[in-house]
Design a binder for this molecule. Structure first.
Ligand code: PLP
Length: 366
């Protein structure tokens, strides 16, 4: 990669490996397998390799094309599709992954036909909606009937397990009670089919606090984790979970250059109308303030307001497709054109920054 090419993303692979190990060690100690979820970093291979080295048991993404690439890379771990597939994707599902999550019986019936035609068997995990209102069966009897149908009548599908997802759409906390509901449901499925399930999947990063606090019910033996390994911003900074200091928030560093830095009024001057995106923003008049203009924009990170400046006293004001504007009046460091500014990422900025092949990522350590 060219030097001095900004904006760019640094990824510290050694720190990442520590993070993976910190999570898998805690989970494995309680008999919980960890699927490393790689959709947030576009399944970039140097990053995924740390998931493998750090002890993840499977790899997962929401996108089939990423799973296909992971399989072709020959990383030695089973792969899992964690967004329930579209009807139109079924032909590719067994070709791209070993497991997939499901929430609709007609999709499962169609997948059975595909697998029969391809002469393969495929592992499925049935999702129960425990209140977050995204994917999953709502009615437990209907859920049970679907599980039985897969077990008894769909010979090319293997009922590998059941799972749930919380805290994504509905912002529902994965409490011990929710996990006990899932465990009880798993129990009922196992009694109905007369054997143990391979996986009882208790959710994503948001379920990890129960592992960390050792309150996860025994029956839960699987988590699907992305954010908590890659950033751990949510659990540490938003949830305020203590004792996670061995998981670093600084695996990623976004760097870009200052284009100009000068004092200007904090309110635009003239007749206010609409910005470049058709919105009418509100500006707070704080008088004359020092502002830094950066080469970085919505094209790179989606929502500029998600950026987390590393420097103290720096405020993100906004920007446009290719510009970001910071208030640096209270920053102790003198800032001038050509200087570098650094940012931590949250999930959406990481998602945007890693998605475009043209965006430079420099890997350190590893
Ligand atoms: C994205 C996703 C995950 C991983 O979520 P994190 O918060 O990154 O750990 C797990 N399960 C499902 C179904 C998902 O869609």
């Amino acid at each position: 990669m060219e030097k001095n090419c900004y904006p760019r993303l640094l990824c510290d692979l050694s720190l990442l490996l520590q993070n993976v190990k910190a999570v898998t060690t805690r989970c494995h100690a309680l008999g919980i397998q960890v699927t490393g979820v790689t959709k947030g970093i576009h399944s970039r291979l140097p990053i995924v390799r740390q998931f493998v080295s750090g002890g993840c048991d499977q790899l997962a993404s929401s996108r089939l094309e990423q799973l296909k690439a992971l399989r072709e890379a020959g990383l030695g771990l089973p792969t899992m599709l964690i967004r329930v597939p579209m009807m139109s994707e079924l032909e590719e599902v067994p070709r791209c992954c070993d497991y997939s999550l499901h929430s609709d019986l007609s999709v499962l019936e169609a997948l059975e036909e595909v697998c029969a035609r391809q002469n393969v068997t495929h592992k499925v995990i049935l999702m129960a909606d425990l209140g977050d209102l995204r994917e999953g069966w709502w009615d437990q009897e209907e859920f049970l009937a679907a599980a039985l149908r897969v077990e008894r009548a769909l010979p090319h599908l293997e009922l590998a397990g059941i799972g749930t997802n919380l805290g994504c759409y509905g912002s529902i906390v994965p409490t011990v009670e929710k996990m006990e509901t899932l465990a009880a449901l798993a129990q009922r499925v196992e009694e109905a089919i007369g054997r143990a399930l391979e996986l009882v999947s208790g959710g994503a990063t948001s379920s990890f606090p129960l592992v960390h606090q050792k309150t996860m019910p025994k029956k839960i033996n699987h988590l699907r984790m992305g954010e908590g390994i890659l950033l751990c911003y949510d659990l540490q900074k938003l949830w305020g979970i203590r004792g996670l200091d061995d998981i670093s928030n600084h695996v990623f560093t976004l760097q870009t250059q200052v284009l100009e830095c000068r004092s200007k009024p904090s309110c635009p001057v003239g007749k206010l109308f609409l910005d470049a995106f058709g919105h009418a923003p509100v500006y707070e008049d704080r008088g004359i303030r020092k502002r830094a203009l950066l080469g970085l924009g919505k094209l790179d990170v989606g929502d500029i307001g998600d950026l987390i400046p590393r420097d103290e006293g720096v405020l993100v004001l906004g920007g446009s497709s290719d510009h970001t504007i910071l208030d640096v009046e209270d920053c102790p460091r003198a800032i001038k054109a050509g200087d570098l500014m650094e940012f931590d990422l949250n999930y959406p900025t990481m998602l945007f920054l890693t998605a475009r092949d043209v965006f430079p990522i420099e890997y350190l350590g590893g």
